[in-house]
Design a protein around this ligand. Structure first.
Ligand SMILES: C[S@@+](CC[C@H](N)C(=O)[O-])C[C@H]1O[C@@H](n2cnc3c(N)ncnc32)[C@H](O)[C@@H]1O
Length: 261
């Protein structure tokens, strides 16, 4: 299998963006997971482990395993006495079947060359009656006002570039089909909303996240020839100015799915 390249890399600025995104999204996501005492939990694509550590702290006796492909991410990951990190590939999980009560991934499937196989692996390692949960991106749902045409143009080629890397920037819309083809049952879809406007607590943070998305992919986008450095600079400038306005807003919805084995 040819693997996908991780579009964002692991530079320190990208690590800071991911940490800020965790601060914004972890609360509602952990509520969605419905963690129970004593659960054996697997996070696939655990990144910096910020989420894994919060999941471990969500109820007594919870043990979390964080499966992560990048040794750089594991080296930088948050330590927690109830979290263990294992290096490996989501498409070939190094665990026996039926080992976990809850298996989840977040912001992962968009980066994986064979997401069907990754979800099939998540299903395999979940115990019968256990749950599989997913939250992913569909970048077509990003809305900003007033319009930033330079940003919108780059956002469209960003998706093309992710295709070239064998990822899928629209994978959020495919969650029901992915979980269904893995044989999961009782699949329920939901949204986790991002609703931000000038003066609201996380408006600037959300715009910074959008800027960071482009920033961490900048070199790759230019090298791949999908856009020019000047176009990226213009898009970034538009977002920077948007964050300063008194009348701007930005909305998005993360796609979530929960299912039972
Ligand atoms: C955007 S981060 C998300 C981290 C974490 N799940 C969170 O919600 O903060 C995606 C992570 O998936 C990892 N990753 C990408 N492809 C992978 C694969 N095939 N197997 C395991 N991890 C992978 C990347 O190295 C990166 O750390």
């Amino acid at each position: 299998m040819t693997d996908a390249t991780y579009i964002h890399g692991t530079a320190s600025t990208e690590q800071a963006r991911l940490a800020a995104l965790n601060r914004l999204t972890n609360g509602p996501f952990i509520e969605f997971l419905r963690i129970e005492p004593g659960m054996q939990v697997l996070e696939v694509g655990s990144g910096l482990g910020i989420l894994a550590a919060e999941v471990a702290a969500a109820a007594p006796g919870v043990q979390v395993t964080g499966l992560e492909r990048s040794p750089n991410q594991i080296a930088a990951a948050t330590s927690h006495p109830c979290v263990t990190y294992v290096e490996g590939d989501a498409q070939q999980l190094p665990f026996p079947e039926a080992q976990f009560d809850l298996v989840y991934c977040r912001y992962l499937l968009e980066h994986v060359a064979d997401p069907n196989r990754a979800v099939a692996e998540m299903h395999r390692v979940t115990r019968p009656g256990g749950r599989v949960a997913v939250m992913e991106n569909d970048i077509s749902l990003v809305r900003i006002d007033p319009p930033c045409p330079g940003f919108q143009a780059i956002w469209a080629v960003f998706a093309q570039y992710q295709w070239q890397l064998k990822g899928d920037a629209f994978i959020g819309r495919r969650l029901f089909r992915l979980l269904h083809s893995a044989g999961l049952t009782q699949i329920e879809l939901s949204f986790q909303p991002e609703l931000h406007w000038s003066g609201s607590p996380n408006f600037r943070l959300w715009i910074e996240n959008l800027r960071g998305n482009l920033g961490s992919a900048r070199a790759g986008l230019v090298e791949a020839g999908v856009c020019k450095a000047e176009q990226l600079a213009r898009a970034d400038d538009e977002l920077r100015q948007l964050a300063e306005r008194a009348d701007a807003s930005a909305t998005f919805a993360w796609n979530r799915a929960m299912a039972v084995k």
